[in-house]
Design a protein around this ligand. Structure first.
Ligand code: NAP
Ligand code: MG
Length: 498
C-alpha cells in the first residue's frame, strides 16, 4: 500500500501511545507518579499523560546505564554483533515508520509526508550509517623508536545523556544515539516535553533489536527537573545537547558546577541566505529561499531566516519569493498532500506572533502573512510571513524566532553581504547563490558558520558534519567526525626493550 492510500486520521485513532519512561529495558512510571499532558498542536487535544521524571528517576537511569557500561555487555560485544544490533534497530525504524511518523506528527504537528520522508527516513539512515562504522574505525599505532610500541586508542566515555529539542524529535535523538552507541557508550535520552512519544517508542524497539538492557534509557520530563538533574549528575560523563543557545549555556554551567562532564552543544542560528545578482537560477533560488525558512514551519535550527538580496535584483527576486509564501499555506498535518503543518504548540505560536509585532513596531515592512490561521481547528497555525526593508540590527534580524518569519535585508556589495552575514551571535549555516567561483570561495572562507551552501540551501547528508561556530555551539553531529566526541583518547605505551 502506498502512503497516500493510508487514512491517517483512522490510523491515528487506532494508535497505541507510549506514556512511561523506559529504564533498564522496561517501561515504568516516574518514581513520584507525576505526569504531564502531551498536547497535539493539530487540534489542541490532549494525546496522553506522560511520566514526568525528576532527579530520582535520573538516579535510576544513570545507575542502570552505568551498570550496563561497566560490565561490558555492550561496550565489549564483538563489533560484528554490535553492528548487527544497530542494523536491526534501523530495520525496525523502517518497518515501524508509519507508526513512528504518526506519533511525531500528532505530537508536534509537522506534516505526515515530512515525518515519513524526512524524519523517519533520515533517522533509520543515521542509525544504519553508524552501524556500518562500528567495524571500520581503526585506532592508531604511534611512530615510536624500535624499543616501544605506543597505541592511541579511542575509549568510550561511559554514560552519555542526550538532551533533545522538539523540532525534529526522533532525528535529533538519532544523531546522538547512533555515534554514542557505535562508540560503546550507554545512553540516556531526555526528549523535549512537547514531543516525547517517538523517543519512548524507540527505547522498546532498541530492546527488540537486541540492545542489552540499560544501554538505552528514555527519560521524559521537564528541562528544569530531568534535564538539569542529568546536567548536574556526578556519574554522567557527557551531555550531548541540541536546543537553544540559552539552555546550552546552562549545561556548561551545570558541568562546571558538578563533575566537569564533557558537553557538546548544537544550538540556535540566524542563518544568512545571500542572493548575488549573478545567481545562476532565480526561480530555484526563490524556491530555496522560501523553503529554507518555511520548511518545518520555520522551526529549524538552520532555517535561512535572514534573506540578503542584492539591491539591483531585489524587487524582481522578492516577487518570486512572495509568490511561494502565498502558495505555501499550512493545512491538516494528517493529509499526505500537506506541505506545511502546525506550530509545535501554543507557547511557540504566541512567541512568534510577538516577534511579528516587534518587527512591525521597528518599522520593517510586512509584505506577506503575519497572522494566525485555521483557528477553527483548535490547533496552532501561522501563515508564512515575510518582512522586507529589514535593518541588520533590528531584533527580528538578530534573534532566533524559530517560526515561519523571513527577515529580508538588502545590500550592495559582496563585502557588505559577508559583513551583514556575520553580524549575529550565531554561526550555524549560510548559503550564497552566484555563478562566480571566486565569489563562492571567498564567501565560503569568510562566512563564520559550520556549513556554507553554494547554489542550494539545506545541502548536506549523513556523511557531512553539522554544527555551529560562535554561539551556535561546538562539537559536530553526523559524519564519522561525530564519533570523536563520544570517545576519549588513551595512550598505551609499551616498552619492548630497555
Ligand atoms: P530548548 O528550550 O533549549 O530545549 C531543549 C532541551 O533542553 C529540551 O529537552 C528541554 O526540556 C531542555 N531544557 C530546557 N530548559 C532546561 C534547563 N533549565 N535545564 C536543563 N534542560 C533544559 O530548545 P527547544 O525549544 O526544544 O528547541 C528549539 C531550539 O533548538 C532552537 O534554538 C533551535 O535552534 C535549536 N536546535 C538546534 C539544532 C542544531 O543542530 N544546532 C537542531 C534543532 C534545534 P523542556 O522540554 O522542558 O523544555
Ligand atoms: Mg506535543
Amino acid at each position: 500500500m502506498t502512503h497516500n492510500k493510508i487514512d491517517y486520521h483512522q490510523a491515528a485513532a487506532d494508535l497505541a501511545l507510549p506514556c512511561d519512561a523506559y529504564i533498564d529495558g522496561q517501561y515504568q512510571p516516574a518514581c513520584s507518579g507525576d505526569r504531564f499532558a502531551t498536547i497535539s498542536p493539530i487540534d489542541g487535544r490532549i494525546l496522553t499523560q506522560v511520566a514526568s521524571c525528576d532527579a530520582a528517576d535520573v538516579d535510576l537511569a544513570v545507575a542502570s546505564a552505568r551498570r550496563a557500561f561497566e560490565d561490558g555487555r555492550w561496550r565489549d560485544m564483538p563489533p560484528r554483533q554490535k553492528k548487527a544490533v544497530l542494523h536491526k534497530l534501523a530495520d525496525l525504524i523502517e518497518t515501524h515508520s508509519t507508526e513512528l511518523a504518526l506519533l511525531e506528527t500528532l505530537d508536534m504537528g509537522k506534516p505526515i509526508s515530512q515525518s515519513l520522508s524526512v524524519d523517519m527516513a533520515a533517522s533509520s539512515n543515521t542509525i544504519r550509517y553508524y552501524a556500518e562504522a562500528v567495524d571500520k574505525i581503526y585506532d592508531e599505532v604511534a611512530p615510536t623508536a624500535h624499543a616501544a610500541l605506543a597505541m592511541i586508542r579511542r575509549e568510550p566515555l561511559g554514560v552519555v545523556a542526550a538532551v533533545i529539542p522538539w523540532n525534529f524529535p526522533l532525528l535529533m535523538a538519532a544523531w546522538k544515539i547512533g555515534p554514542a552507541l557505535a562508540m560503546g557508550n550507554s545512553v540516556i535520552v531526555k526528549p523535549a516535553e512537547q514531543s516525547p512519544l517517538t523517543a519512548l517508542r524507540l527505547g522498546e524497539l532498541a530492546t527488540q533489536a537486541g540492545l542489552p538492557d540499560g544501554v538505552l534509557n528514555i527519560l521524559p520530563g521537564m528541562g528544569e527537573s530531568a534535564g538539569q538533574a542529568l546536567g548536574r549528575h556526578g556519574d554522567v560523563d557527557m551531555i550531548a545537547f541540541t536546543g537553544s543557545t540559552q539552555v546550552g549555556k546552562l549545561f556548561m554551567r551545570y558541568a562546571g558546577e558538578s563533575n566537569m562532564k564533557r558537553v557538546s552543544l548544537e544550538c540556535g542560528g540566524k542563518s544568512p541566505h545571500i542572493i548575488m545578482p549573478d545567481c545562476p537560477d532565480f526561480d530555484a533560488a526563490a524556491k530555496a529561499a522560501a523553503f529554507g525558512i518555511f520548511n518545518n514551519q520555520g522551526q529549524a535550527c538552520n532555517a535561512g531566516s535572514r534573506l540578503l538580496v542584492q539591491n539591483d535584483i531585489r524587487e524582481d527576486f522578492m516577487q518570486r519569493v512572495r509568490q511561494w509564501a502565498q502558495k505555501l499555506i499550512p493545512g491538516d498535518p494528517l493529509d499526505p498532500q500537506t506541505r506545511l503543518g502546525a506550530m509545535v504548540d501554543e507557547t511557540q505560536t504566541l512567541r512568534v506572533l510577538d516577534y511579528i509585532r516587534i518587527g512591525q513596531e521597528a518599522g520593517a515592512r510586512l509584505t506577506v502573512g503575519g497572522q494566525r490561521i485555521l483557528a477553527e481547528t483548535g490547533g496552532s497555525y501561522l501563515a508564512p510571513t515575510i518582512f522586507e526593508d529589514v535593518q541588520p540590527e533590528m531584533q527580528i534580524a538578530q534573534e532566533e524566532i524559530f517560526g515561519p518569519v523571513l527577515a529580508t535585508i538588502s545590500f550592495e556589495t559582496l563585502e557588505e553581504a559577508i559583513a551583514i552575514g556575520n553580524q549575529t551571535i550565531y554561526g550555524l549555516y549560510a548559503a550564497i547563490w552566484t555563478r562566480d567561483i571566486e565569489t563562492a570561495l571567498e564567501a565560503s572562507r569568510r562566512l563564520k558558520s559550520g556549513v556554507v551552501c553554494v547554489n542550494s540551501y539545506d545541502g548536506g547528508d549523513i556523511t557531512t558534519p553539522f554544527g555551529g561556530f560562535k554561539q551556535s555551539g561546538f562539537g559536530r553531529d553526523k559524519s564519522l567526525h561525530a564519533l570523536e566526541k563520544y570517545a576519549d583518547l588513551k595512550t598505551v605505551w609499551i616498552q619492548t626493550r630497555s
